[in-house]
Design a protein around this ligand. Structure first.
Ligand SMILES: [Zn+2]
Length: 469
């Protein structure tokens, strides 16, 4: 099946420019038996795409309707059967209407009024239609819905919105070349290079359900869930479960034995609620895809915080603070009123020595001794009780040094496998037809950005070590 799907993706991408995400999503939804919502301005070829997708399916029927506020149940579910009315029953002739379609496209879906909403929800949820007293199974694979905007605050419409597992915000064509191609495209019938049969879809789905998730996939999902909860974003357990099933179907269709981390980017179209969240959800998923459990932003923040702490611990000794007494140089008689000028003098004249500021004899008395810089500092601190340098073996410095070691260990860990991980993931992504060129490029960029960050963290840790020395 993978060959067929690949051919279909390629030929549809040749037909529709800048619609890579929507095309692979519509096909993956079809394989998963899920529904897709396209949000965006009219005229972005959404219904044509849905119709073409339908052609990719063997012996399938397509239903299209543009909903208005006044659309009646007859128009969507079929007219009432006169015979049944004569028999005092109430059933519809559904042939050629939504309850008998394999693929359906409903334009302006959120115009659905209360007279059709309940039946629509039942079809989407359970793939069943209550036709009079009879409950019929609906042969629907996927329903594609389109709308200019999100539904207003209305419980029924929110429920309808929730039924669409795949969500795409379809922007107008960006590139001029793409636009020109759309304008000149022949709206003739699409001849798919291959067709997928129902048995193939069902076979793939049952194989998919057997696939296990790699540990890191599960860990990523748990951490995403936690992140969403912290951000007060509600994703129902049902939606989480379905997203995992979609990853399974995607993996099975590629012939994989397990759901590995390269399947995670598929989730970007399943987990946002409003278009504004789309990019941040995508970013979060992509970051966790390449992080292998090491969150570099967090590591960098911790290193920066430690740097601030280390510097401020050094500043406990205020270099500008006035000495209680003036210190004199024995060799050139310069005078110093604070540590900073004394340090500078020592840097310029490392061989000069100093007098004890409490020795008033100015070097004339018998018991006089002169001090090297180090001796002077040592004497002033230990005998005169001046606080001049932070003890490098103070408990606090020791604690900071331990923290530096720990951060360095994490940095090394992230660095160690970086290249192989990049190679391995890129290899997995190469054959993953469910991802777009943009997805692949962005994942590569995140990897490259991580190397830069790892270098920055390394430099930061060196600086801290210097401060603590
Ligand atoms: Zn001097």
């Amino acid at each position: 099946m993978i060959r067929k799907v690949e051919q279909l993706v390629n030929s549809l991408n040749g037909r529709y420019k800048e619609r890579e995400d929507e095309i692979s999503g519509a096909l993956l939804a079809l394989l998963s038996g899920e529904h897709v919502l396209f949000i965006g301005p009219p005229g972005t070829a959404k219904s044509m795409l849905a119709k073409d997708i339908c052609r990719c399916l063997e012996e399938s029927s397509f239903y299209y309707y543009l909903l208005t506020r006044f659309t009646s149940p007859e128009e969507v579910f079929g007219p009432l059967s006169l015979e049944s009315l004569k028999a005092d029953e109430f059933s519809r002739k559904t042939e050629g209407y939504l309850p008998s379609a394999n693929i359906a496209f409903l334009d302006e879906i959120f115009k659905a009024n209360s007279s059709i909403l309940n039946s629509l929800l039942t079809i989407l949820n359970e793939k069943k239609f209550h036709n009079g007293r009879q409950v019929m199974d609906v042969p629907l694979y996927s329903l594609y819905g389109a709308s200019n905007e999100l539904p207003e605050e209305d419980e029924g419409l929110q429920a309808l919105y929730d039924r669409f597992l795949f969500r795409y915000y379809v922007a107008p064509i960006r590139s001029e070349q793409g636009f020109a191609q759309v304008m000149s495209a022949k709206h003739d019938g699409f001849e798919p290079p291959a067709q997928i049969g129902m048995e193939e879809i069902l076979e793939n789905r049952s194989r998919a359900l057997q696939l296990e998730l790699d540990d890191e996939v599960l860990a990523t999902i748990l951490s995403l869930r936690e992140e969403f909860r912290r951000a007060d974003r509600y994703v129902s357990d049902r939606r989480w479960r379905k997203t995992v099933d979609v990853m399974r179907v995607a993996a099975a269709s590629l012939g994989k034995e397990r759901v590995d981390i390269s399947m995670l980017p598929v989730l970007q179209h399943l987990l946002w609620d409003v278009p504004e969240e789309k990019e941040s959800v995508r970013r979060g998923i992509f970051e966790s895809c390449v992080s292998h459990g090491v969150n570099l932003s967090k590591l960098k923040e911790e290193a920066e915080e430690l740097f601030r702490l280390a510097v401020s611990s050094r500043n406990l000794v205020d270099a500008d603070a006035r000495f209680p007494r003036i210190v004199y140089c024995y060799d050139c008689n310069s005078s110093f009123t604070n540590l900073e000028v004394l340090r500078k003098h020592h840097d310029a004249h490392p061989k000069h020595s100093y007098m004890d500021p409490f020795d008033d004899s100015r070097g004339r008395s018998k018991g006089f001794r002169k001090y090297s810089y180090e001796e002077l500092i040592n004497m002033l601190e230990n005998e005169r009780g001046w606080k001049l340098t932070e003890k490098t073996d103070s408990p606090q410095s020791r604690l900071y040094r331990k923290e530096v070691d720990e951060l360095r260990r994490r940095q090394q860990e992230a660095l160690k496998g970086h290249d192989q991980e990049r190679e391995a993931l890129m290899g997995e992504l190469e054959g993953n037809i469910w991802l777009s060129q943009r997805d692949r490029k962005d994942l590569q960029l995140i990897f490259d950005h991580r190397i830069v960050m790892l270098q920055e963290i390394n430099m930061l840790l060196d600086d801290i070590a210097k401060v603590l020395d």
